[in-house]
Design a binder for this molecule. Sequence first.
Ligand code: 3PG
Ligand code: MG
Length: 378
Amino acid sequence: MIQIKTLDSLPLPARVFYRVDYNVPLDGTTITDATRIEETLPTLRLLREKGCPVVIASHLGRPKGEVKPKYSLAPVRAKLAELLGADVQWAGDCIGSEAQAKAAALKGGEVLLLENLRFHSGEEKNDAAFAQELRKLADVYLNDAFGACHRAHASIDALPRLFPPNQIAGGLLLAREIEFLQKVTNVSERPFVALFGGAKIAGKIEPLEALVKLADTVLIGGGMANTFLAAKGKKMGKSLGAEVMLPVDLVVADSLDHPTIVEKISESDVPDTLMALDIGPETIERYAAKIAGAKMVFWNGPMGVFEKEEFAKGTMAMAKAVAEAKATTVVGGGESVEAVKSSGYADRISHISTGGGASLEFIAGETLPGVEVLKTGN
Ligand code: 3PG
Ligand code: MG
């Protein structure tokens, strides 16, 4: 069992450096999904109730150590102020004299948002001098940035090491993420059905291998299913333990933007001129039946190109099946979360992870630097 230091162990009130993952999807300056901001509100409210001045830090996108206006956290500031119902102060640079003066002047319950950590190359380099600069802003360190915990970056790894061990902790969100993802890795209930999809297989082999060992049944969909169908992956389940199911029918088309052919084919061989863009009705039925019988479900990755209505049926049917299962249900990964939200079933899922890559690395049994540093006993 992984045990991290929690909020209740911190000497509060105190000036808090609050690392969050506000790496939200943007359309220009419009936030298209504010989940990652919403999920930090319980911790923020608690800190404010306790009279803590709060300095909030996050990354956004991958500006690669340069100031790039399109990756500014300014739109997040406005959204956070709206959701929190409070003024959110702003520092145009996450380190330096302005940030230090504004952090020092914060009164209990006041909130300051720092500009993008990744505007400095020191963040991704886990640079000690950059961490020292951040250290000047607060007296205790709190991490709710689960989505970035797999990154050994300065605000995640080097920085908490600069605080006394009793002045660092994980927030309410981080604690919840770890609690639910551990239910998955510890297989707290069976049958355990894993639903695994997504367009690409890159980065998903290790988590898939882990799931094949942990789960009773692994259902595969999305673009990655094609890789397995092509490789006749049907055999691999027997050697590894779990029952691995692949699509028995697919929705195919000749083009994504102008689909002139949308039809169901029952064999796994997709002709050269066509692409498989969703799982078919027979597959939906079989997968939904498996999910209905599960006591625990982990889902990562859509079943098809769900952004397009023609190819969304499989993913939406899985969202419904997961929501209706009398099971502990955990959904991880940006796209699956988006799919679950657009399906309208989000509030019937036990836990929706704010981490994409991080949740997969956790499932794969890898060590997350951001979690490691916060373990009790450190
Ligand atoms: C994410 O969105 O997956 C996290 O915020 C981490 O971002 P990164 O993949 O750019 O490190
Ligand atoms: Mg990512």
